[in-house]
Design a protein around this ligand. Structure first.
Ligand code: ZN
Length: 284
């Protein structure tokens, strides 16, 4: 029979022996997703003998350990579905509290998205919430918090300009697969992006705020603080107990005004001096 799993085409093979193989599933929306596949035709676990079952589950557990060593995730999901082709296979994937589906399974409902109006005062300061005195009540400026799939074009356009072009961060350092595991914040005026940032779970109730950027032409009017406060609120909604971030040293005062405290020595990141800062959140 012509079997796609026997052909093993288009796979990123991680390891194999004569009984099974482990592949990385090339699905960007699910960073770290792996699949363990029995090489011979076996439809169900019960068709494996006892030694084969031990070999199988030892390998499943090894993949869980390997993913935990690679990713600071909150949970490893396992699943085995009905097979169209007669190859027993097992899905193993890291999950983050900030991923699009948490706490549901990846075929379940997604996290709620947030959208709030942003207005500008007569003095030019950006403010959260509708402006009741405005003659045009339809808000064109807004703050959104959502998954990467929804906001990636606008957020990527800001980060490309600020980090890659203005600060000369290497493109391969700027773009990582973890964007798919993050909550993203975007402030935009209709289709014109203005400011962004992201929140990533590090496991154990800790989250990292990163990739905060305001386009040059919109700086100095409160947008950076609005991004930071929005991501802190999202971290509270998700129940995190602590937020850490890597602050460029010239911006320590900006984060300190929102309650972050510097800890540890100065270090270099993307050839820019940074310090780690931490904010503990009240829980319970
Ligand atoms: Zn086959």
């Amino acid at each position: 029979m012509d079997c796609p799993l026997c052909r093993a085409e288009g796979e990123q093979l991680l390891e194999a022996d004569d009984r099974l193989r482990v592949i990385e599933v090339l699905e960007p929306r699910l960073p770290g997703y792996r699949r363990i596949i029995w090489q011979q035709h076996r439809r169900e676990l019960t068709e494996l003998n006892e030694a084969e079952r031990i070999h199988w589950f030892t390998k499943v557990a090894q993949q869980e350990d390997a993913l935990r060593a690679l990713w600071a995730c909150d949970k490893i999901n396992h699943a085995s579905f009905g097979n169209v082709v007669p190859h027993l296979h097992w899905h193993v994937m890291p999950r983050w509290r900030t991923d699009p589906w948490w706490p549901s399974p990846v075929w379940g409902s997604k996290q709620p998205s947030t959208r709030m109006a942003v207005t500008q005062s007569a003095q030019g300061q950006f403010l959260l919430g509708p402006n009741e005195k405005s003659s045009n009540p339809a808000p064109s400026m807004s703050l959104q918090i959502d998954e990467w799939l929804s906001l990636k074009e606008a957020c990527a356009a800001i980060r490309q300009k600020v980090f890659v072009e203005e600060q000369n961060v290497a493109a391969e350092e700027e773009w990582d697969e973890l964007d798919w595991a993050c909550r993203h914040l975007l402030i935009a005026n209709t289709d014109e992006p203005m400011a962004t940032g992201r929140l990533l779970s590090l496991g154990d109730g800790r989250a990292r705020i990163g990739r905060m950027a305001v386009l040059r032409e919109f700086r100095g009017h409160g947008l950076g603080r609005m991004v930071l406060q929005g991501l802190i609120a999202e971290a509270r909604r998700l129940g995190f107990s602590e937020i850490v971030l890597h602050a460029q040293t010239h911006a320590l005062g900006f984060y300190a005004r929102s309650g972050f405290a510097a800890q540890g020595p100065e270090f270099d990141e993307c050839r820019i001096p940074h310090r780690e800062m931490v904010l503990r959140l009240e829980t319970g």
